[in-house]
Design a binder for this molecule. Structure first.
Ligand code: GLN
Ligand code: ZN
Length: 777
């Protein structure tokens, strides 16, 4: 083996950057390309400017000068990129055909897209490659070579970033009918990676980055030790296969266990680890394991700056950590714990944040400065400077000020909230057993197979316009309210006309099920430009939780009360649960998530009490993200599920036995969380089930889950209108698992993203199917 060691590893680097563009240029270019309003050349130009812009910014901030910076651009998804580059999917021999690329990502009339799922415990979603037994893997390095050449032309050296072979296979799934588990084909894939590395070496590339986040998880099917052994072995083979660039292996999103020794034994030139404060808190032994590990000649790339939180780093504390890692003569570079893909571009773009809060934040641009400052101080220390941190005084001072003012802020710590949570204690049991509650809830007068929706109705252009107009102060609050009430009136009438039993108000006033609550709860801030990529061209703007949470005024009560005034049928109040609010927000790092969840649960319990007092006798608390925050390590899961369930129960506990609590979960994979769902102690649980054709219901053993269930029969993720017969089939399938008196009829999620042209006929068919099934016994 030979490498090209003519370029040493940078003292300061990041493992990846946001790629959607500071003004979501990539989103716009992609959507214009797909809509046919720009051609491929115009799209390519836009992507080119974004890439070079990112390289230039790193140079301005002192991270690029003579070093290889990450070349981590992706037009849609980095897993799809590497699946094509290794020949796992796609037919184009070069692997650069954009039409094919987007066809795989988005589907075509003939072929569905690849399945999409969450990337570790983040809110990024990747495409799941499917591997057929007969597929031969092939090296298609052209896309990477093009990136390298483009960067060179602009005066930059990049290190191409690829998802590593172990992670790639661990996240892939067997194609339908395939006999082999993807990981069985690791040897074969390593040979292809070796070819790709050789091609990059031949093109003069000095460094390559291979991301192996799977090594911070307990891959349940295999376990940490076995996975580490296979990964160590694979990388040892890859690194000794032939001519190649120097290699940085990274392990973001958590602490390595067996993987640390295994990767070090493989001997990459650099190893990037997540040693952020958050990860050190989850695994208190992690820093010591790093300090005692034998790095040999491997450079430690210490990700002390958290790549996924939005808080300014405590530079003095992180400098301390770095000095401990450096002691013993280890070569240390400073980096981020993960790619900065998960944070917005810059705090500087936010002009409407409270000034004190803005001073506590660091987005991608500010994090680059933090990394550079830490590296400069560490270098000064190595060369014996008396006051190493003094070389970056402005950065260290900003950090110290942020840490101090945040700790002292009255916005952050609210003694009233603390006193209330301290007083509630641990007992969170509803009044009345499930059976007693069932009896009390007969007063609701619901028929057999009660029928409802999950909450939202299509958001019409008028509704969106009114929201924008209110934001820009072009209409008054009263005008806005009138528009919303008109919409609610229509939605209630429609449900009555169609024959729904439990009516919703339709959620027209909500821009988003989490942001809406964040805007109405004290302790949250919302940004104007803080977009992060969710998948492909889709971005979200997570709210920022910065302080203790309380509810200054009723949030949903007036809307629900208005809806109830329009109908004699029961109206269902609609709230987003504590875990989902946390999961889709940027969270605090100064209190445990469990504390924040408890505060949100308490604030929601105030809302629940007021809804009940207003005569709302059915209240749904959505927790579609319950499974999303599930820790990557098995032994952290129990504690998580305990506080998650506690927070939900806190929100819902105060109601009378006759008030019915519903919850809604979007997913259908229940393993690992079924006991927790039961422990929520909701009277009715609605779930996504249409796509799996009710198969998941088999896992709801009535002996263990004796609750009412609403398995979604209308798949709202597709524009398709299901036929009456199809819906009857699904309801009958559901009845083979769920006793008739416990079955609810509903779509599988909110209707917000659909149009009335689809929703109306689909709901008509839903009611017709229900009526047909009701009369059969
Ligand atoms: N109540 C919400 C809605 O109907 C639930 C959305 C969701 O589960 N994602 O829009
Ligand atoms: Zn849902």
């Amino acid at each position: 083996m030979t490498t090209s060691p003519n370029c040493s590893f940078p003292p300061a680097t990041v493992t990846g950057l946001p790629r959607i563009g500071p003004h979501r240029e990539l989103k716009r270019a992609l959507e214009a390309l797909w809509a046919g309003t720009i051609d491929e050349a115009a799209y390519t130009d836009a992507a080119h400017s974004l890439r070079v812009g990112a390289y230039d910014r790193q140079r301005e901030l002192g991270l690029a000068a003579d070093y290889a910076i990450p070349g981590d651009f992706s037009a849609y998804d980095q897993i799809l990129d590497v699946a094509i580059t290794t020949g796992i999917v796609g037919e184009d021999p070069d692997g650069t055909d954009l039409d094919e690329y987007f066809a795989l990502a988005r589907g075509t009339a003939e072929h569905p897209p690849l399945e999409m799922t969450k990337w570790f415990d983040t809110n990024y979603h990747y495409l799941v490659p499917e591997i057929a037994d007969e597929r031969t893997f092939t090296a298609r390095p052209q896309r990477l070579l093009d990136l390298v050449a483009e960067a060179r032309e602009a005066g930059h050296r990049i290190r191409p970033v690829l998802v590593g072979p172990v992670t790639l296979l661990a996240l892939s799934k067997p194609a339908p009918g395939a006999q082999h588990e993807p990981l069985e084909r690791l040897d074969e894939l390593v040979a292809v990676y070796a070819e790709i590395l050789a091609a990059l070496h031949a093109a003069g590339v000095e460094w390559v980055q291979l991301d192996e986040p799977i090594l911070v998880t307990d891959l349940d099917a295999i376990g940490d030790a076995e996975l580490a052994a296979r990964a160590g072995d694979a990388h040892a083979r890859l690194l000794s296969a032939g001519e190649r660039p120097q290699v940085l292996i990274t392990a973001p999103y958590g602490a390595l266990r067996a993987g640390l020794a295994a990767l070090l034994a493989a001997g990459p030139e650099a190893l990037g680890v997540d040693v952020s404060p958050a990860t050190r808190a989850v695994d208190p032994g992690w820093l010591a394991r790093l300090q005692t590990a034998d790095f040999g000649t491997t450079r430690l790339v210490a990700g002390v700056v958290d790549g996924r939180s939005i808080w300014a780093a405590d530079l003095a504390a992180e400098y301390e950590v770095l000095t401990r890692l450096q002691d013993g003569g280890r070569d240390v570079s400073v980096s981020t714990s993960t790619s900065l893909l998960h944070v917005p571009y810059t705090v500087a773009a936010e002009t409407r944040l409270p000034v004190d809060v803005a001073g506590w934040l660091s987005f991608a641009a500010e994090k680059l400065t933090e990394v550079e400052a830490l590296a400069a101080a560490l270098e000064a220390r190595s060369s014996g400077a008396a006051d190493p941190t003094g070389v970056r005084k402005p950065a260290f001072s900003r950090s110290a000020r942020a840490v101090r003012t945040r700790a002292e802020s009255a916005r952050v710590l609210n003694p009233e909230v603390r006193a209330r949570t301290a007083a509630i204690g641990k007992r969170r049991v509803r009044t009345g057993s499930l059976d007693e509650r069932r009896l009390a809830q007969e007063a609701l007068g619901l028929p057999v197979l009660p029928t409802t929706t999950i909450g939202s109705f299509p958001q019409t252009p008028e509704v969106r316009r009114a929201r924008a107009a209110l934001r820009d102060e072009r209409i008054t609050e009263a005008q806005y309210r009138a528009t919303m009430e008109a919409e609610i009136t229509e939605v209630v009438r429609l449900q009555e006309e169609l024959g729904f039993d439990v009516i919703v108000h339709g959620e027209p006033e909500r821009n988003d099920m989490v942001q809406y609550f964040a805007e109405h709860l004290a302790g949250f801030a919302v940004t104007d430009h803080g977009w992060v990529q969710s998948y492909g061209s889709r971005c979200t703007r997570p709210p920022i939780l910065f302080g203790d949470v309380h509810r200054p005024a009723p949030i949903t009560v007036p809307w629900s009360r208005f809806a109830a005034s329009l109908t004699d049928k029961p109206v269902k109040g609609m709230l987003t649960g504590p875990v989902t609010i946390l999961s889709w927000s940027f969270v605090r790092d100064d209190v445990p998530l469990s504390t924040a969840a408890e505060q949100i649960g308490l604030a929601l319990s105030d809302e629940v009490a007021e809804l009940e007092a207003a005569g709302i006798r059915i209240i749904q608390i959505d927790e579609p993200a319950l499974r999303e925050l599930l820790p990557l390590r098995a032994d952290d899961r129990e504690a998580y599920l305990e506080w998650a369930v506690d927070a939900f129960r806190l929100a819902s506990i105060g109601v009378e036995p006759g008030t019915q609590i519903h919850t809604h979960l979007c997913y259908s994979e229940f393993e690992q969380v079924i006991d927790a769902i039961d422990a929520l102690d909701a009277d009715v649980t609605s779930i996504e089930a249409a796509r799996s054709r009710m198969e998941l219901l088999a896992s709801l053993d009535p002996a263990e889950f004796d609750r009412s269930v609403g398995p979604g029969v209308y798949d709202i993720h597709s524009p398709r209108v299901p036929s009456v017969d199809e819906l009857i089939g699904l309801l009958e399938a559901a009845l083979t698992h769920v006793p008739r008196h416990r079955l609810w009829v509903n779509p599988d999620c909110g209707l917000k993203t659909r149009r009335y042209e689809e929703v109306r006929p689909a709901l008509e068919n839903l009611i017709a199917a229900r009526d047909a099934v009701r009369v059969r016994t």
